[in-house]
Design a protein around this ligand. Structure first.
Ligand code: FES
Ligand code: FE2
Length: 415
């Protein structure tokens, strides 16, 4: 999308240039639809977004549909086994081609006048076309698509930033978890009545965890960052012990640094010797992922963060992934998926309620927090407030990343 300079864009630029580090944003950034359009154009569209897992398009012809803002895309596995992405817009007169959430097809057929497309997006056929119709000009418009360790990312921009640095960094963390041999045991879709940035801001701090997340607090600590000076004595000792164990076992854990504020991958142990993020720390699935051994159950989680839209917990026996998909200034879709080994059997290897309880509860608690935050910000009395540095540094970093990204886009657009 090319956005022309608008009054909102100019005001947003001036406001951000003067905005102090470490403070929440002024009201329009959370409530105003014109500002939301700026977010989409300059922050969401130009960046890589996590949208699906490769196991969701496991077979040739499998497709899933993902809507992001006003865009709709299709992710499909082609005859050559490659996963590709296209805009879900027919090259005849623009109808959505795929109407459902997911499906399986030999060709993608538009429901309006039945123009059809091969799985690689090329035009396949239609009735009554003129003799000089050139099919080569009517392929589905491609969307950049990158995969790593079972994760599918897309970038909606004409030109995408490099995906390889992130993929190369994430691959060794994900490798032990056999992410090509997983299945979605459960997916949850929540539409939160809050701006997408509030969903991310809330996720980037654990200041609220002790008060809000009793289920989650069995397996994680309020302060558990590697090397953090604020770790309690017990946590620091536990980190040292686990890192030595993992180093001896060849398990990659060290915090990546090359992604700057935009992405990072790190493996962090759970507290209370928990095997998984369950209410009591007990395993979530008897079937471990990949080729992991029983003595490797306590692998904590790979915490994979990629702004602007995902955080993840990749554990020894299951994975919980989160995909934040903006809808409007005040609505955000959060898709949570629980992945287990593809041979794990529900009721035998895992109990679905036990597997999902912690994050089902945590998501609901976080939804309430984000929606209350949105409501309060929408009042006339809202003023930006300070993030508390010692524990809300992640949120401050998210807002700094967002500010720099939007400012850069606004300046390029001449706002
Ligand atoms: S709009 Fe798709 S076939 Fe006409
Ligand atoms: Fe939370």
């Amino acid at each position: 999308m090319i956005l022309t300079t608008s009054t909102a864009a100019t005001i947003a630029r001036v406001t951000l240039e003067e905005h102090p580090d470490g403070w929440s944003l002024p009201q329009p950034f959370y409530v105003d639809e014109e500002y939301f359009a700026l977010d989409m154009a300059h922050v969401i569209v130009p960046n890589w977004l996590f949208v699906a897992h490769t196991c969701e398009v496991a077979e040739v012809g499998d497709w899933i549909r993902v809507d992001i803002g006003s865009d709709s895309i299709i992710i499909v596995r082609g005859k050559d086994g490659e996963i590709r992405s296209f805009f879900n817009s027919c090259r005849h007169r623009g109808s959505l081609v795929c109407l459902g959430e997911s499906g399986h097809a030999r060709r993608l057929v538009c429901p309006y006048h039945q123009w059809s497309y091969h799985l690689d997006g090329a035009f396949a056929g239609a009735r009554y076309l003129a003799d000089d119709f050139d099919p080569s000009g009517f392929s589905l418009a491609p969307v950049h698509c990158g995969t790593v360790g079972g994760y599918v990312f897309v970038c909606l921009a004409d030109e995408a930033p490099a995906f390889a640095p992130f993929a190369d960094a994430a691959r060794p963390f994900l490798a032990p978890h056999g992410m090509d041999d997983v299945k979605v045991a459960h997916a949850q879709v929540i539409v939160e009545h809050s701006n997408w940035k509030l969903v991310m801001e809330n996720n980037r701090e654990c200041y609220h965890c002790v008060g809000a997340h009793p289920e989650l607090m069995h397996s994680i600590a309020e302060f558990d960052g590697p090397g953090s000076s604020t770790n309690g004595a017990g946590v620091a000792e536990m980190l040292d012990r686990k890192y030595a164990e993992w180093d001896a076992d060849g398990i990659v854990h060290e915090h990546t640094t090359e992604g700057g504020l935009e992405w990072r991958v790190v493996r962090i142990p759970f507290t209370n010797d928990s095997a998984a993020m369950t209410v009591d720390g007990s395993p979530a699935s008897a079937r471990l992922l990949g080729a992991l051994r029983e003595d490797q159950r306590e692998l904590g989680s790979v915490r994979l963060l990629h702004l602007p839209n995902t955080w993840n917990h990749v554990q020894s026996d299951h994975v919980v992934s989160f995909s934040v998909l903006p809808i409007s200034a005040t609505e955000t879709k959060l898709v949570t998926r629980w992945l287990v080994h593809r041979d794990a059997v529900e009721g035998i290897d895992y109990d679905l309620a036990h597997l999902t309880q912690v994050w089902e509860a945590t998501n609901e608690q976080d939804r309430t927090l984000a929606e209350n935050n949105q409501r309060g910000i929408a009042t006339r009395g809202y003023r930006p407030g300070p993030y508390v540095p010692v524990i809300e540094n992640g949120t401050a970093e998210f807002t700094a990343w967002y500010r720099d990204m939007l400012l850069d886009g606004l300046r390029r657009a001449g706002s």
